[in-house]
Design a protein around this ligand. Structure first.
Ligand SMILES: Cc1cc2nc3c(=O)[nH]c(=O)nc-3n(C[C@H](O)[C@H](O)[C@H](O)COP(=O)(O)OP(=O)(O)OC[C@H]3O[C@@H](n4cnc5c(N)ncnc54)[C@H](O)[C@@H]3O)c2cc1C
Length: 499
């Protein structure tokens, strides 16, 4: 193997697959030193409980889009398949004087351990690794006293315009190519999923601000309408095809902002939540496997595999819950309220430990972002001890947000002939009505697996009763001190870069 003794820089892409507002790419492009852009598919992460082919395809599509954008400057995107330490060790052999740049990753314990292993590897070499802050998530803090102020300060800095110049060819040998069968799997595109890449991220943002977002605030909770009127930016933000700052600045300075202030500000507020949740996980990534409030480890639950299977397969007998579970399996997305409701059903009505469902949804959500997913899941499961526990009534949710059962009938076609007076509670049909509508509950579609009212009451007593536990109370103090902002502010973004 040839060794290239001159200095080179490497950008290690992680969840930041884009060409603009990209600080590591800006840092390397500003120097004379030639650079490589790399992405590593890591088999040990791909095998994780939280990983799925739909995520990997999205990443692959994003990398292709980036390749297209950078090809004009002779900048290839080098894609490796191997453990990061092995790939980086090989790069160090080829380029001993390398400096690596990346964004800080607020990931799971597995990615933290991998980053520590990379740091150990670099200690024994001349190579250096410089990591920069991602979005508004701040490393090394264990309270929120200055978090808001710093977040605004970051968001009010200009968006980076990345400029590229032609790069010399570097004599890179890719000793970790993608296996052919993996490429084949990644290359199949499934039309039900949002396609990955920076170009699509901008298309979604533009169509949201131009037209779709007008109804955002009043349709956000509706399972069918929200598919159009929500921004649908979550997968693009999760895999870094677009940055939080880009979305904020673009939206705030859009010509439609004034006429859609309520809707757009609602969306922008959630961009702050995005970082707020990831910040919790940055501080304590054990929330993937442990209750946020340790006191809830003492809550007794009995695993019921039949309930879990029925929930996963959309066969619980609760039409809206089943429609949501089938829809997310097919498309990778459901709106916030429906996510909250399906988690509430699993953990409250079916009385299951949140850990029995958290990976299932992580794999299904195309926008899986560990920093949001685990804290949000636990918030809905009631294991944070600091949030109001909401036990969603699936019948009321259905009546309120899908009154005519259009969403239900799309995803649960067994019920397509059921009229709207029974669509939310089909088990209430008489034998005669079942015969009229040609659907037999218990045969064509299941009876509810629990008694809704009784199960909700039991769950309420159980979860609220447990709040009195001494450990729960003690933990509440720690959680408030670490993760809660003392003063909250309205979104106040001045898009300086666009002035
Ligand atoms: C159990 C559960 C798990 C979730 N897991 C994820 C996840 O893995 N990845 C993820 O991005 N979101 C997750 N969410 C939050 C939320 O449901 C999605 O961000 C939202 O539905 C995405 O749709 P959108 O892009 O159209 O959002 P919009 O409403 O248009 O909001 C814009 C952006 O703000 C952020 N955002 C919106 N709502 C929230 C929220 N409640 N908390 C934090 N950030 C938010 C997202 O980045 C989103 O793209 C989860 C929610 C629940 C209840």
């Amino acid at each position: 193997m040839q060794s290239y003794s001159d200095k080179i820089n490497i950008v290690w892409l992680k969840r930041d697959i884009r060409s603009q507002d990209h600080e590591p790419l800006a840092l390397v492009s500003a120097k004379e030193t030639p650079f490589l852009v790399c992405y590593i598919f890591e088999p040990s992460l791909l095998k994780g409980h939280d990983s799925s082919l739909r995520h990997q395809r999205f990443v692959y599509q994003s990398l292709h889009d980036l390749e297209n954008r950078l090809s004009a400057y002779n900048i290839p995107v080098n894609i490796f398949y191997g453990e990061a330490v092995d790939v980086i060790a090989d790069l160090i052999k080829q380029f001993p004087a390398l400096t690596m740049f990346s964004y800080q990753e607020s990931g799971t314990q597995k990615t933290w351990n991998r980053d520590k292993a990379v740091i150990r590897l670099l200690k024994d070499s001349e190579a250096v690794w410089q990591q920069v802050q991602k979005n508004g998530v701040q490393r090394g803090i264990n309270h929120r006293r200055t978090w808001d102020k710093n977040w605004y300060a970051t968001m009010n800095t200009p968006v980076i315009t990345n400029e590229y110049t032609h790069q010399p060819d570097l004599p890179l040998e890719n000793n970790f190519p993608l296996p052919i069968d993996f490429i084949e799997k990644l290359s199949t595109s499934i039309p039900d999923f949002q396609p990955g890449g920076e170009s699509y991220a901008w298309k979604y943002l533009q169509s949201f601000t131009q037209e779709r977002g007008k109804s955002y605030h009043w349709q956000i909770s509706k399972p069918r309408e929200s598919r159009k009127s929500c921004s649908r930016l979550s997968p693009y933000l999760a895999w870094g095809n677009i940055s939080i700052k880009q979305v904020l600045h673009y939206t705030k300075s859009h010509e439609n902002f004034a006429s859609n202030k309520l809707a757009f500000t609602g969306m922008m507020t959630r961009l702050k939540w995005h970082d707020h949740f990831i910040q919790k996980f940055e501080v304590e990534c054990k929330y993937e496997t442990h209750c946020v409030n340790q006191g809830y480890e003492l809550l007794e639950r009995t695993k019921n595999t039949e309930f879990i299977k029925a929930w996963e397969e959309g066969l619980t007998g609760f039409p809206l819950v089943d429609a949501c579970m089938r829809c997310v399996k097919k498309t990778g997305w459901i709106n916030f309220r429906m996510r909250a409701m399906v988690v509430s059903m699993l953990c409250h009505h079916f009385d299951q430990d949140w850990r029995h469902g958290v990976y299932h949804l992580a794999r299904l959500f195309l926008d899986y972002e560990p920093g949001i997913h685990y804290p949000q899941f636990q918030m809905q499961a009631g294991t944070t001890g600091t949030n109001t526990v909401r036990i969603y009534n699936p019948i009321k949710q259905s009546q309120d947000h899908d009154p005519n059962g259009i969403f239900i009938k799309k995803w649960v076609p067994e019920l397509r002939n059921v009229p709207k007076e029974f669509i939310h509670e089909p088990w209430r049909m008489s034998a005669m009505e079942e015969a009229t509508y040609k659907v037999y509950i218990g045969k064509d579609y299941p009876k509810p697996i629990v008694d809704c009212k009784g199960a909700a009451k039991k769950a309420r007593d159980k979860i609220w009763g447990h709040r009195k536990n001494l450990l729960v109370k003690k933990e509440q103090q720690r959680i408030l001190a670490t993760h809660i902002r003392p003063n909250r502010k309205q979104i106040n973004i001045k898009p300086k870069s666009l002035k």
